[in-house]
Design a protein around this ligand. Structure first.
Ligand SMILES: [Zn+2]
Ligand SMILES: [Zn+2]
Length: 224
């Protein structure tokens, strides 16, 4: 009933084409740019070559695998931007459904943990888009979500403002994980988008140092 009233006041419109009655219509979902089959099995970087990209070969990330559905372009980019910066929290669920329609974790997991924002930035934005994605994923996979298990201990400049190598330095020591929650467990580490993978590397490193047995990253999209 409440949903019907809300639909009358704030009618649902597809983020891709604007059609009424849905947040992401089937046609636009099918047009989301899929991650190419040729991509690094560790970090999802699109490339042609062997199973693992040169970077992951020479400097393997702390996460053991990655689930990624789409390239960060077109409607996927538009929808993730709206979720992140324009308070379109309702897009988390259709985006998670779209992700799970094309990709799935490679091993059973015990727990889902979103990449946290620093409390200062979360205060400004009012919510953490990764946590919204994690909650929808938790409902779909029937797994618990712990938003308190990983914290951002340093308020770093936004990654988008920095070039590749500076991103890792920027994030070094930025995260801290709670061993009493993650020790011995297989964790799905959730974020919206990966660009260089620096954030996932640092966050997964903190989870492993706290004793997580396995960490698989889950992102909606990867920059091309
Ligand atoms: Zn549409
Ligand atoms: Zn890689």
């Amino acid at each position: 009933m409440i949903n019907r009233i809300l639909d009358l006041i704030f009618p649902r419109r597809c983020i891709g084409c604007g059609i009424r009655g849905t947040w992401l219509c089937t046609a636009c979902e099918h047009r989301l740019a899929r991650l190419p089959g040729d991509h690094c099995r560790r970090c999802a970087q699109p490339f042609t070559g062997t199973a693992v990209c040169a970077r992951c070969w020479s400097d393997p990330p702390a996460f053991d695998g990655i689930v990624c559905g789409f390239l960060f372009e077109g409607t996927a980019r538009q929808a993730i931007h709206a979720l992140k910066y324009r308070r379109a929290r309702h897009l988390a669920r259709p985006l998670v459904d779209a992700l799970l329609a094309v990709a799935a974790p490679s091993a059973p997991a015990d727990l889902i943990i979103p990449v946290p924002l620093h409390p200062h930035r979360q205060g400004q934005r009012g919510y953490n888009q990764a946590a919204l994605i994690a909650r929808s994923l938790g409902e779909r996979l029937e797994l618990p979500v712990r938003e308190d298990a990983l914290v951002r201990v340093r308020d770093t400049p936004p990654q988008v403002a920095l070039a590749g190598p500076a991103r890792l330095v920027n994030l070094h020591g930025a995260f801290c994980a709670d061993p009493s929650v993650v020790s011995g467990l297989a964790v799905l580490l959730v974020d919206d988008v990966a660009t260089t993978g620096a954030t996932l590397r640092e966050a997964a490193g903190a989870l492993k140092r706290a004793g997580a047995r396995r960490v698989e990253a889950v992102i909606l999209a990867r920059t091309p």
